[in-house]
Unconditional design. Structure first.
Lengths: 337, 323
């Protein structure tokens, strides 16, 4: 039942999206890229500390997938979630402030880089236990089905989650109960430094879908339109009550696993090859081919994004730290002010 | 008031809450067609249907995780773990997720889930089926731990737990399901964090919870013949912990015995004893005694199992040491 990779999906998606929509995809990807570059800078200046995993290089996956969703659909993610959270619509200010550990951050400085959460855009959290988000996504899917609401859940996780029991249990139950969940595996070929072929017996990860009787497809994660097309199809299916899908998005993280990883386990040549397949350049090239006059618009977007990022940093920097009285709050809901 | 069993009291609480609130549902292994491994959910499937009484595959981690997700999605799930021993497979979701979500997201997310599980030894089920693991949950901030001893408490505390906004670990004792007691009909709720003085006395305080409360009561009777007047306190919930009721009692008696079925080392009783020392050191005539399960895996042999578990006899001897 696994779908063959549809080489024309991206082309079809391009035809259905107008220039304004393509511009929006471009804007979101640039926002994430610039955001992550700025985070790296702030990290090296000591403004951001702790574990911090950047998403640069993988923007096509978050942006393509989330653009295929409705606002009220849910997203569940991992510790590498800045991109998903921004793509879902959280403000750059509140994400940056959280990374700075400020009380104005999404999680009031209690979460940090790995634990963003924004109920208002239905970004249901970044979780730092590999595989931990999948059962939660199953439960959110169950809540949609139970309430007979049309929402779907989009669950992002890495290739490193595939060997976890949580992955297999979750796909089994989601399929058994026909839950509206889209499982998106961001296959960037590495866990921390362990290559996927040294961790998973079936390295073509989408094949696992067959065992759980759901459609499985591998898409080029560096092509935002291909991701968009695949998720659109999976979301329609989920919304119509036909159950979950597994999408393997092949992608690449430009930086090390976290800010402390120099990524010495891979070659510079490999990194260069992937830089040439950059999802942002890819879309930009395509838009320019279709309309050379688009350039001015794209440059405006670049400028606007830079302003948003600068503003976010300023906001985060000027925001207050949480007071010590915040320490014991939120352990139990009854203890809230 | 009706005399019903602990099992029936739980069933009644579930029935009433399912009826009261559309968002409440039960899921777990064998909770539907089988009626629950201990028959606690018996009959509920026929009344409420598969949507609200949902059989699951044997996937503890994901059953609990899905319960957490469903709670975040606005439902009020009750997840039954067949026994707490199998709940160990779900520890990641319980400790790393349920207990953390409210806090690490700055209070913006809530996880109103109840995780029910039978536990305890005494049935010759061997090392992997006889554990009492309340201390594991008590150790973790963010979880409420409810552990009723009587049928009335089973009902009143379960109804309260279901309406809580925080994750609740609700531990039932396998030996208590058949026990009968008076249980109020209809709406009956017991707030969390209120210990129950089951028997008043002036000479020694026996603090306990779950099945050990009955060992404590039996010991108190035996002690009465020896002229020792024991007070028995049932904690009912370990988090929140009503240490004030315990301390008040200890101030009166000057002596305390903590009785619990977890392993002696690092058990809930160790925490209770520590809190007694902190709050009432000056009132104590002697060190706090602990009566608990021996620090071994549970043996199968009946005589050995009996010797490993806490008993009324051991409580009497502890009281004699304190006298
Ligand atoms: C259960 C668990 N085991 C180990 C870790 C440590 N760890 C954090 S990220 C990671 C690699 C995960 O790789 P992958 O799922 O491919 O995600 P990526 O970082 O590539 O996005 C490991 C081993 C963890 N966080 N959780
Ligand atoms: Mg990876």
């Amino acid at each position: 039942m696994a779908l063959e990779r549809d080489k024309h999906a991206a082309e079809r998606a391009r035809l259905t999206l107008g220039e304004g929509e393509l511009g929006e995809l471009y804007r979101r990807m640039v926002l994430i890229r610039r955001f992550e570059d700025k985070v790296a800078e702030m990290y090296s200046r000591g403004k951001i500390t702790g574990f911090c995993h950047l998403y640069a290089g993988e923007e096509g996956v978050a942006v393509g997938a989330i653009y295929a969703l409705y606002d009220k659909d849910y997203v569940v993610s991992t510790y590498r979630e800045h991109g998903h959270c921004l793509a879902k619509g959280a403000s750059a200010r509140s994400v940056m402030a959280e990374l700075f550990g400020k009380v104005t951050g999404l999680s009031r400085g209690h979460g940090g880089s790995m634990h963003l959460f924004d109920q208002t855009v239905r970004f249901m959290g970044g979780y730092a236990i590999v595989g931990g988000g999948l059962p939660l996504a199953v439960g959110l899917g169950l809540s949609c089905q139970y309430k007979e609401e049309p929402e779907v859940v989009c669950c992002f996780f890495g290739d490193g989650a595939l060997p976890q029991g949580a992955f297999h249990e979750s796909l089994n139950i989601a399929s058994l109960w026909k839950l509206p969940v889209i499982f998106i595996c961001e296959n960037n070929f590495y866990g921390m430094g362990t290559m996927v072929q040294n961790a998973v017996s079936q390295e073509e990860l989408y094949h696992f879908a067959e065992s759980y009787k759901m459609p499985g497809v591998r898409v080029d994660g560096q092509d935002v339109l291909e991701v968009y097309a695949a998720v659109t199809e999976a979301a329609t299916r989920a919304r119509e009550g036909d159950g979950p899908s597994l999408i393997e998005a092949v992608t690449y993280r430009y930086r090390g696993h976290s800010m402390s990883d120099p990524a010495e386990y891979r070659s510079k040549r490999e990194e260069r090859i992937w830089q040439e397949r950059d999802p942002i350049k890819n879309l930009r090239r395509r838009m320019m081919q279709a309309n050379p006059g688009a350039e001015a618009r794209l440059e405006t977007i670049d400028r606007e994004v830079s302003e948003v990022i600068d503003d976010a940093v300023r906001f985060a920097d000027e925001s207050p730290e949480p007071g010590l009285e915040e320490l014991g709050k939120y352990v139990y809901s009854s203890e809230q002010e | 008031m009706a005399q019903i069993t602990y099992r029936e009291a739980l069933n009644q609480a579930l029935h009433e809450e399912l009826e009261r609130d559309e968002r409440v549902f039960i899921m777990g292994e064998e909770v539907g067609y089988f009626g629950g491994a201990f028959k606690v959910t018996d009959g509920l499937l026929a009344i409420f249907g598969e949507k609200r009484v949902r059989d699951t595959p044997i996937s503890e981690l994901t059953i609990v995780g899905a319960g957490i997700g469903a709670a975040m999605g606005g439902l009020k799930p009750i997840v039954e773990l067949m026994t707490i021993n199998f709940g160990l497979l779900a520890m990641d979701q319980i400790v790393n997720h349920a207990a953390k979500i409210h806090y690490m997201f700055g209070g913006h997310a809530k996880v109103p889930i109840v995780i029910r599980a039978p536990q305890g030894g005494g049935h010759q089920l061997g090392a992997q089926h006889s554990q009492s693991l309340e201390a594991y949950f008590l150790h973790c901030p963010g979880l409420r731990v409810v552990i009723p001893a009587t049928p009335a408490d089973a009902k009143g505390l379960l109804k309260t737990a279901i309406r809580e906004d925080d994750p609740v670990i609700f531990l039932e004792h396998e030996s208590l399901y058949g026990m009968k007691g008076e249980v109020p009909e209809g709406e009956y709720m017991i707030p969390l964090g209120r210990a129950n003085v089951m028997r008043e006395g002036k000479d020694v305080t026996i603090v306990s919870y779950s099945k050990c409360v009955y060992d404590a009561l039996r010991a108190a009777e035996a002690l009465e013949n020896e002229g020792v007047d024991a007070e028995v306190v049932d904690l009912r919930t370990l988090n929140p912990l009503d240490i004030n009721t315990v301390v008040e009692s200890v101030r009166k008696t000057g002596k305390a015995i903590v009785v619990y079925e977890g392993w002696r080392t690092g058990g809930a009783g160790a925490e209770i004893a520590a809190q007694i020392y902190e709050a009432a050191f000056d009132s104590l005539d002697a060190p706090v005694e602990r009566v608990a399960t021996l620090d071994t895996p549970m043996p199968y042999n009946k005589k050995l199992e009996h010797a490993a578990l806490p008993s009324a006899d051991q409580i009497v001897r502890a009281a004699e040491r304190l006298a």
